[in-house]
Design a protein. Structure first.
Length: 173
């Protein structure tokens, strides 16, 4: 995660469930600012175990999200198209894709969101999965004021297939 200028980035919530049998889940959200100043980025991941290959994932799913505003107001707007990464570790090395989030931001409730979901089966199965969402925002009244939010598990291989029972972790910091 990264913040620039006087803004402080902090985790809004972090949740993970890892352990055989799947599904495993990971979600991490970072907010900067309050109310109309608020901007955020969220990464979610879900992975299912291969029933024939214990401690590996055969199906994975990523959810990326960035947004602005509160109460029908927004002092910041998306500076560019959000960038996303989906990655998995097979045979000890990482592969995947980096791409710009498709579509346009849309209003949901009283805020604006730019989100995308992607996933599917992978063969051979992967031991670990990861992802990143990255976005920059500019202040509408001062376009030279730009701040950045990047979200990814830490360490990068946060969601790792392992023998159960499931392990739960939640941090509402």
């Amino acid at each position: 995660m990264l913040s620039v200028g006087t803004y402080m980035a902090q985790a809004d919530s972090y949740y993970a469930k890892v352990g055989y049998p799947g599904a495993d889940e990971f979600c991490y959200c970072i907010h900067i600012g309050d109310y109309a100043d608020d901007t955020w980025a969220t990464l979610g991941m879900i992975a299912h175990y291969d029933p024939y290959e214990n401690y590996s994932y055969s199906w994975v799913y990523w959810i990326w999200d960035t947004g602005v505003g509160w109460n029908d107001q927004h002092n910041y707007w998306f500076n560019d198209t959000p960038e996303c990464t989906c990655a998995y570790d097979q045979y000890g090395w990482w592969s995947g894709d980096v791409f710009d989030m498709p579509g346009e931001p849309q209003k949901i409730g009283d805020r604006w969101y730019w989100d995308y979901e992607n996933g599917g089966s992978i063969s051979p199965s992967a031991n670990k999965i990861s992802g990143v969402v990255y976005e920059s925002f500019y202040e509408e009244g001062n376009p030279t004021n730009i701040h950045y939010i990047g979200v990814q598990p830490s360490p990068v291989n946060q969601l790792t297939a392992q023998e159960g029972p499931p392990v739960y972790y939640y941090d509402p910091s």
